[in-house]
Design a protein around this ligand. Sequence first.
Ligand code: CA
Ligand code: CA
Length: 623
Amino acid sequence: MAALLVRSRSRAFARLVTSHVVMPVERTRANWRECSPIFAMQKVVGSSPIIRSEIPAKWRSLGRLVLLAVVQMLLHVTAGAKASAPPSTRSVRVGHYLFATRGLDVQFERRGWSSGYNPGEVLQKWNEFDNVVGSTVEAEVARQLDHMKALGVNEIWYPLPSSDEGYDPNFVPPACPMPEVLGLRWPQPTPTELTSLGAFFDLLERKGVKVILELQNNHMEDQTDSARWLGAILDVVKDKPALDLVQFDGNLHTLDLNGDGIDETCGVPSEAPLWLGATSRAGSYVRFAIALALAKGLPAQKLSAESIVGNYFTDSHPVAYGDATDGHFWAPVESMKAIFDSLGVPPGQRTYALSFYEHRKCNPAIVPSSYPCVDADPQSWAEESLRRVRDVVVVGPRLVATEMGGWTPVEGGWPTADAVEGLVSVFQRYHVNGGAFWRWTNFNNSEDGDPSVATPVKRRGAAYTYNAIVSAIRDMDGFHLDGIVNGSFEDANGTGRPTGWSVTGRATRLKVSGEPGARSWRGSYVLRLGPEETAATRLLRVSPRTTYTLAFDRRGGPASVSVRYMACRGARLARGRRAVVFKAPRAPSFARFAVTFATPSQACLARVVFAAKRTSLELDYVR
Ligand SMILES: [Ca+2]
Ligand SMILES: [Ca+2]
């Protein structure tokens, strides 16, 4: 019964926000405003990348406007992948991670139920036995963390909004009540919530998982009560080893979107509205919250707010409404820099948390149709956006994409998996130190059947069944083999054979750049294997009893992939343990495939061998 209540509450809340937010604008086409209700509900429960915008009536005539949007970016660290591996007593293992932060944006699933859990509900019911999952909520959270860890995940992003007791469907000013199950009670979290929050962090520590805690405060204008709410939470988490980062996000409690001086709209908490500038009420809140946390002894590196990356409109500094700094919009990362500057945080102690969802530059949910915009494809725009971020933050700060992935609604021709691969490639080039993929699971069963929703890792349900995007996540998060040379087959010797590979028969490179659907991160060439032909890497150094991830793109097939081991003195391992073989099913167009395997106890060297079967096979982007 309680579960039913939770479910119906959530839906009612979504409907409410929908009608309320859409009405004042009366847009005639799909745009951010029609999206924002979805966002309002989904984001509150940790789901949507869409950011809401706010614009007064006078701006509607000018630009129909506006705002917000999207995605973010990330961070920076060392250029070398190996150098980005976190320090560990096992760091002597041969191999490397792509990023230090290998995260997921998480709302825990109530496996077997049609929706949930809500983020606050997890803590409120932490010790309760849930018949649906057959254990306490804590035990269910622990199980899901184990499965995430098996993918290589070492960090989760977890949102907790400010919330109000019970559930009041009237989400309207001045009260704007947030359902209790969504987060932590305002202005004083309950003893149960705070105790469970500590237990949650302790569980994460035991699992070896760090956490990015997004505190979504929808009372940004109220610094007195915010100090109470934030203080109670920070006192619990500040000394927990699992804490990586606190994000002071949210919104003002009420908004005046039609410019009549009366707040008629409830602010929906999500990424901090840093597009309004560092000295806006929202920007002032972020500065206040970071100062509060510093005073409590938290290190500056663990304090930030999310900066949306890639909103061409706001980043172009158009004239803005309300209390925007200097009367115009800002790129959020510019505001964040100004806040760090005003607090005197040294560059090396800054963490820029980026909300980075790939989308085309002039996505109509972001850029008003009346605003001049020359479109660019999602990958080009992501790269340009990250270049802009780099120009602002320069060198020194940590950049991490605490939300990253594909746009919702999914843009035609740009599936979520491509967004992830594309982001991984630009993160490596611009020294972003990883990120958290949005998201682990959908919130409702109905979302699993909705192709417009960005693809999550896990399909809803009691079983741990993953969507195909899991290959991109394993690739991003897994421990990779060292020494694979020319994995993209861009380099060749005088005979046209790929350098670094031993190929049989007439296997040769094939130029694919310019093909429809070509992806820039794959370069210009692939390796084409005819029937029964093979391609092998050089001997690679490996560590024994170590789990590795091997990822590659393939077209055609099926493909057979074997990893053959040798012991350190060159002798083959005992029969039966000297190779592991995987089958990659046929793929009509290039698609990523990732496998994980554990090396035997005596393994010292390995060779990866790809083989085509009866049909030809094209390979690329092996690592
Ligand atoms: Ca108004
Ligand atoms: Ca290539």
